[in-house]
Design a protein around this ligand. Structure first.
Ligand code: GDP
Length: 340
């Protein structure tokens, strides 16, 4: 099989059988297909996904976030190596919200997670933020499903804790881990209270050398801070631990917490109901997305949008009126929307 085999689009059966065999090159190709904005790729992508659907859902999906420099890539490298040492096939999806704004990418550094990248039990896939909120779009969800079909048992979704993408990531994972620095001055390091509230566990990073005492102190501070939040509806009390990627400490403890969470949540049915809720949200987001796409692609709307934008901007037309005018144009289109 020459290299050209991998360059062009394949047929759906080729993607499906390759992924089910755990072929990482084909998995990568399929993710590229899923992420493609070409309308000609969409039907093929949907077809592949549909065939793979019965083979999805069995992984443990873990979201990891924290401010740049907190030690995310170092942690994921250590944690990922730990998981592969347990023979767990691990996929890491990194979502980079910065890539949208500038060419400079926070997560783009090629030296990140070098060891894990060379591990045959691991798969790392950086993906640029899409044009949806926080860069976490339906493509991230679909990518998780593809990785599951390829046999990955643990899927780590990494995002930079800069504020907008955490909520979206929380909505596609089972467990959410927040990494925090000790003694970085501001107790919350610009991490909004809301993000702490979403965490199932907080790990204070770089708990080694001179930093050990400070990390223990920070751990207690975060424990106290979490006590002020109302308990989770699922009855889980977020855990706080310290860890060091350098000394490989705290890694096993974090994994044990995640397994404990999984066991308790599965026995209470919360694990499943959380995923059901996530699927319902996905459906609603998809409806909004397809409606919007169809709306903005309507010729009549395209003709009016610049004018209406101008009128609303200079105050000659009220915003609601302009919106309603264009919406009625959209709904009046014969047979619209017939296809999205
Ligand atoms: P990210 O930006 O959150 O992905 O952070 P990195 O993993 O790139 O780490 C940022 C810096 O912290 C790097 O210089 C790392 O070498 C350092 N670092 C990461 N983890 C540890 C750790 O466990 N202990 C120590 N002492 N330094 C660490």
């Amino acid at each position: 099989m020459g290299t050209s085999f991998y360059k062009k689009r394949l047929n759906s059966a080729q993607y499906v059988s390759g992924i089910l065999k755990g072929d990482r090159i084909l998995l990568s190709k399929a993710i590229t297909l899923i992420e493609s904005k070409l309308p000609s790729d969409n039907a093929l992508a949907e077809n592949v996904l549909e065939q793979l659907l019965p083979h999805t859902g069995k992984s443990l999906r873990i979201g990891i976030t924290g401010v740049p420099g907190v030690g995310k890539s170092s942690f994921i490298e250590s944690f990922g190596k730990f998981l592969t040492s347990l023979r767990k096939k691990t996929a890491v999806l990194t979502i980079d919200p910065s890539s949208q704004r500038s060419k400079g990418s926070i997560l783009g550094d090629k030296t990140r997670m070098e060891e894990l990248a060379n591990d045959p039990m691991a798969f790392i896939r950086p993906s640029a933020a899409g044009d949806t909120l926080g860069g976490v779009n339906s493509k991230s969800r679909e990518t998780i499903l593809l990785c599951e079909a390829a046999g990955f048992e643990v899927i780590i979704v990494e995002t930079v804790g800069v504020g907008q993408s955490e909520t979206a990531v929380r909505g596609i994972v089972d467990f959410f881990l927040l990494l925090m620095l000790a003694g970085a001055g501001d107790e919350l390091q610009g991490i909004k209270k809301g993000i702490m509230e979403m965490a199932d566990a907080i790990a204070v990073t770089k708990a080694d050398g001179d930093n050990i005492r400070k990390s223990e102190l920070a751990k207690r501070e975060y424990q106290n801070a979490l006590h002020m939040f109302p308990p989770n509806e699922n009855g889980w009390y977020p855990k706080v631990v310290t860890c060091s990627s350098l000394n490989k400490t705290g890694i096993q403890e974090i994994w044990d917490i995640i397994l404990q969470y999984e066991e308790i949540m599965k026995s209470k049915g919360y694990f499943q109901s959380n995923r059901q809720q996530q699927n319902i949200s996905w459906m609603k987001e998809a409806i909004s997305y397809y409606l919007q796409t169809a709306f903005y692609n309507t010729d009549e709307v395209k003709k009016m949008i610049a004018l209406k934008t101008k009128e609303v901007g200079n105050g000659t037309t009220p915003a609601i009126m302009a919106a309603k005018e264009m919406l009625s144009l959209f709904f009046q289109q014969p047979g619209n929307p017939d296809e999205v």
